[in-house]
Ligand binder design. Sequence first.
Ligand code: HPA
Length: 267
Amino acid sequence: MQNTQTEYIRSITDFKPEIAVILGSGLGELANEVSPIAEIEYKNIPNMPVSTAPSHKGKLIFGKFEGKNIVLMQGRVHLYEGYSSKQIADIIRLLKNLGVNTLILTNAAGGINKEFNVGDFMLIKDHISCFIDSPLIGANDDNYGVRFPDMSNAYDKDLQKLIKKVAYENNIKLNEGTYVQLKGPQFETPSEIKMLSTLGADAVGMSTVVETIAAVHCGLKVGAISMISNMACGIYDKPLSGEDVTIAAKKAGPQFRKLIKEIIKAL
Ligand code: HPA
């Protein structure tokens, strides 16, 4: 299926991106800062899942940024939208087919670690896949990777170093921690957050882990950053809403965009 998708994109542009960035909540506007060589809407790509989440636009934007060939995914798709982990793997493999070797993942997440504050950033050092299907279930496609891929260094160590250096040099506070993905779309209960905290999670979200597993399987270098859009349920006695996430994402947007831009520059 990725071949049909790759052929469709190749019929529009022969541009070869090396770096892909999946833009989470609050980062969509980064696309305005890239002079696009081509823009392709997901809905025009054969069999491509279309984002239904608010503020996720659904476009691939190809262009040069700081001399680098990049592709931005403006809008991601989530399991809670009814898509399968395999459909998400296919998107990552499409990026691989287009020439991408480095994938920067961004997201909004709920803070579990009590040292975090809303609006903070967290470098994802490792993840926990919780109650979600692996994107690698089913016959293994040996063209992409091995049946049993190693996940000991899912988040590339050199990329982690580079991201920390960039944050430090730009005076951007960067926490570090473990991200856990659940399926959603409901926010967690206080008991679930207690469980996730006991398991060692620092932040919780509804994306990224599936993308990372698929990316590591096909040999992409992955770097990932969460923006803490709210403290997770039960950390404070405060009900959560999707709107809070959007508001926090908007507020942190300029600094988040700066961080990502500087990372791309440094790559
Ligand atoms: N839980 C799960 N996903 C999220 C949250 C949360 O608290 N905030 C942003 N995405």
